[in-house]
Design a protein. Structure first.
Length: 234
């Protein structure tokens, strides 16, 4: 899905008029479809490709750092900087036979060695400076094999929802079960922002970045939202 969305747009605009994205999920997480209640099995998913019912879909744009230069990618689901991206990188090296559970195991294997960072997050007119181990940028709601990590996200509202997890890392032991239900916010150790224009993330060391389950590069990074460039087939 990530590659298809990037192929559908050029300079923030669809390469053909009235572009419609149809999804038959085959990824290791298959998280994007959860926000829309689309089925995960192929026969029923194909049935959803028939008919006229569509949803106007926002797309996020990331400008990130890679080997001393900048790169740009689009994402339709969720992007992360910090621990979440390190987990995705670890999960990529694990056996595909683990399925969605590789994100769960990857998280607990990565957490002990991941160091807190000092970050600066500027979201439109608001900002946060201080410790953080994870920054989530949500267009849709789910990632990591079923975690409802950005429960306030609606991927057609022209807004990116940002969660800054300030720590301590020990919060994970009580927060993870709540993340699967989308009940982890509001929380005293989570800063929440809504971005209509631009989000900038900087840190005291390069933090890895992933989007839609693809590891891209590192911070510093800038995020923008492109309202409704394509439609999703429901």
């Amino acid at each position: 899905m990530h590659e298809v969305v990037n192929g559908m747009l050029e300079d923030g605009k669809p390469i053909v008029d009235d572009a419609v994205l149809g999804v038959v999920a085959a990824g290791s997480g298959s998280d994007f479809i959860r926000t829309f209640g689309l089925p995960g099995d192929v026969p029923r998913a194909c049935q959803h490709l028939v008919g006229d019912n569509t949803y106007p879909l926002d797309v996020g744009k990331i400008t990130y750092t890679s080997n001393g230069s900048s790169g740009t990618r689009l994402f339709a689901n969720v992007a992360e900087a910090g621990l979440g991206a390190a987990v995705v990188a670890r999960a990529e090296r694990m056996s595909p036979r683990l399925g969605q559970s590789k994100y769960f195991f990857g998280f607990w294997l990565t957490l002990p060695r991941f160091k807190m960072a000092t970050v600066t997050v500027r979201a439109d007119r608001r900002s946060y400076e201080g410790p953080a181990y994870l920054i989530v940028v949500g267009n849709a709601q789910y990632n990591g094999g079923g975690m409802k990590v950005s429960p306030r996200s609606y991927p057609g509202d022209g807004v990116l929802d940002v969660l800054v997890f300030k720590g301590p890392k020990s919060d994970s032991f009580t927060m993870i079960p709540k993340v699967y239900r989308g009940e982890h916010v509001p929380h005293d150790h989570v800063e929440e922002f809504r971005v209509k224009r631009e989000l900038v993330i900087e840190a005291d060391r390069p933090l890895p970045i992933e989007a839609d389950g693809e590891v891209l590069g590192t911070t510093p990074a800038t995020f923008e939202v492109i309202p409704h460039p394509i439609r999703l087939k429901l």
